[in-house]
Design a protein around this ligand. Sequence first.
Ligand code: 9Z3
Length: 338
Amino acid sequence: MTTIDSQQSLFSAESYFGTQTPPPTLDQDIAGVRSFVHRQRDLGRKVVLVTSGGTTVPLELNVVRFLDNFSAGTRGATSAEYFLKAGYAVIFMHRQFSLQPFSRHYSHSTNPFLDFLEIETTADTPRITATPSKYDHLLEVLTAYKSVQQAGLLHTLTFVTINDYLWLLRAVSQELSVLGRNALYYLAAAVSDFFLPRQKMSEHKIQSGKGSLLIEMDQVPKILQPLIDEWTPDGFIVSFKLETDPALLVPKARGALERYGHHLVIGNDLHRRKYEVVFVSRGHHGSAASDVTAHWLRISADAVDARGHAKEIEEDIVAELSKRHQAWVDGPQPRPPG
Ligand code: 9Z3
């Protein structure tokens, strides 16, 4: 059995999965992913895994309190819609109750769906109709949603804790690896950097009355490394880097790219994330550190799209990614060993 080094408190992916327990629904979730992936493979479709929303860090085994983060899942849910439009099948792995593709347009707090409905009382039996001013938009969203459902292009999975997320990501990526280069990873979930191993968690609700509470957390293992090297070596992998200090954004994104050697890091600043992102990747001349390029995508706050709706930066992110992923699919294949 893998043990935790209590001196270092540093988990490798191997020691993490050797000591932390899988979520109870993992096998069932993965059976669903397997049949989805195999169906898409038989149909020759590319598949993108979109991770979305924030992970929680429970403080107790019988959990009453947990740490969380700000992410509502807007980036992931919006991008998933554009990936579907671009012809991808989508595995949408999201934080329970965070925004989802299509229904995101009718979020309960900003756009409650009941406000889109009217009761017509002219006939004997009252009928429900759509509010006229909202009708066109509703029809557009509903048409896209129904056609995606009918074509079986969207598969949804949920996580809550950082532990759920890590187990699911490993298992889903192993399933997706059968697609080789046709698999794209779009890791937009806001993943906690720190966690409490279950061996250090209080079983019951932490009691107050003893003064301040001190909690020492362990670092979450760097999961991108085995994802890239072992679980899905041929997939096109895009990670996100979030910073709040703009001066750190490109250096940190660049650091992640150099550390893991994957395809692309998309950097975003917390406050500017809806209007600009930076694509940090290697150029065309090999993997020399000096060859890293930073390519900015920007939209203005009042930009509109081709249909006259408020422009979403995810439209441009996904357009650029589809091109880069296709170039990877069509690119030179590594020579077989021997
Ligand atoms: C992101 O950077 C996402 O774009 C956001 C989206 C979380 C900012 P919203 O849900 O926000 O649309 O409101 N995701 C990745 C964040 C993250 O945890 N990155 C890690 C890091 O920065 C690396 S995997 O170190």
